[in-house]
Design a protein around this ligand. Structure first.
Ligand code: SF4
Length: 355
């Protein structure tokens, strides 16, 4: 029989001494005084952290909260400003939902709800994020299960059924550990344990505060768990991207359709991405130059290879849906479009015919 109370007590002691310092968290001094983190900062961090690492999120979070310190500030921002600030973080539907959610919160009075069900009704907040906000920001006894927590629980209970089939069982097991005393700190302690000690390949069981309760450790199975069902191969799609600069440095860019991949983001015009060899369809006539190499990028469901063609154009208005953007800054582009720019920039720079 697993001693869940002893596990949560050991975790709480460890968290009080070893919690990661993260910009969206309260300081240890604030925690001692019972001060809870700002729900706006918890929400923003949880949206950014979906399928993204803490290291990647940290800089974005600091820039966002410096520019938009409150949910009301973010709600009042222009969509294009938020999308540009999000560029490079990926999964752009999150940014569109971020704007919609901030505006919904402000329209309802400006305060995030504290209950899971009310949080779930907001744009872009799914079951995991609702549980995380309710738990971390409002200390509700919700069970918060991300990839780190799944790994910790699979090992603590030596649950050998493979993921993703094991998800519901791991959530039920995690719920048996959720305490009524300081559930918000418990949720963060489980995440921290998975991120820093109970790591995927080589768990540091010798440093683990719950090693004495861990079934996988006792049975020598720790590094093998959680088991995972093999993932299907991702298909390869191909396309062409057209990087066009006007002679004054303005860049020919399209705003992608609001729904779908990279929705609402700026991008170079190009062909559709498909498994067939792309047929050229340049957005403006001209002596397009093929850039050496290809851009490779992996999305959730497919790998992408883009050939890039470059042109410096002497006209003013393009005869196509895109528009020329003055003050072009590649940092406002999503990563795959930035990669196209990195391939095209030396070609535009080096070929005298393109100057
Ligand atoms: Fe993970 Fe090892 Fe701790 Fe078990 S003892 S929870 S496997 S780090």
């Amino acid at each position: 029989m697993c001693d869940t109370a002893a596990i949560t007590a050991a975790l709480a002691r460890w968290y009080d001494a070893s919690a990661r310092v993260l910009p969206w968290r309260t300081t240890p001094h604030e925690r001692m005084r019972g001060i809870r983190p700002d729900p706006y900062r918890v929400w923003l961090s949880e949206i950014m952290l979906q399928q993204t690492t803490v290291a990647a999120v940290r800089g974005y979070f600091l820039r966002f909260t410096e520019r938009w310190p409150t949910v009301a500030d973010l709600a009042a921002a222009q969509d294009a400003e938020v999308m540009a600030e999000w560029a490079g973080l990926g999964y752009y539907a999150r940014a569109r939902n971020l704007i919609a959610c901030a505006r919904a919160v402000v329209a309802a009075g400006g305060a995030f709800p504290s209950e899971r069900a009310a949080l779930l009704a907001l744009p872009g907040i799914g079951p995991y994020t609702a549980a995380a906000i309710a738990s971390i920001a409002f200390d509700r006894p919700e069970t918060v299960v991300d990839g780190n927590v799944e790994r910790v629980v699979a090992r603590l209970f030596a649950h050998e059924d493979p993921l993703p089939r094991a998800k519901p069982a791991l959530t039920r097991l995690a719920a048996t550990l959720t305490p009524h005393d300081r559930p918000g700190e418990h949720a963060q302690a489980m995440m921290d344990l998975g991120a820093t000690i109970c790591t995927p390949r080589a768990p540091l069981c010798g440093l683990c505060p719950v090693a004495g309760f861990c079934a996988a450790h006792a049975r020598g199975l720790a590094a093998e768990l959680p088991r995972k069902a093999p993932k299907p191969e991702k298909p390869l799609r191909k396309g062409l991207a057209y990087v066009c600069l006007r002679s004054d440095g303005a860049a020919l860019l399209e705003t992608r359709p609001p729904r779908g991949l990279l929705g609402g983001m700026l991008g170079w015009p190009g062909t559709p991405w498909s498994d067939a060899t792309p047929r050229p369809a340049p957005p403006v006539p001209g002596d397009w130059r093929a850039c050496p190499g290809v851009v490779r990028h992996t999305f959730t469901h497919f790998h992408l290879e883009l050939q890039v063609l470059a042109l410096r154009w002497s006209g003013m208005q393009p005869p196509c849906p895109g528009t020329f953007h003055e003050g072009f800054d590649p940092r406002a582009l999503p990563t795959v479009m930035r990669k196209c720019w990195e391939l095209a920039a030396p070609v535009l720079e080096a070929d005298p015919r393109l100057r």
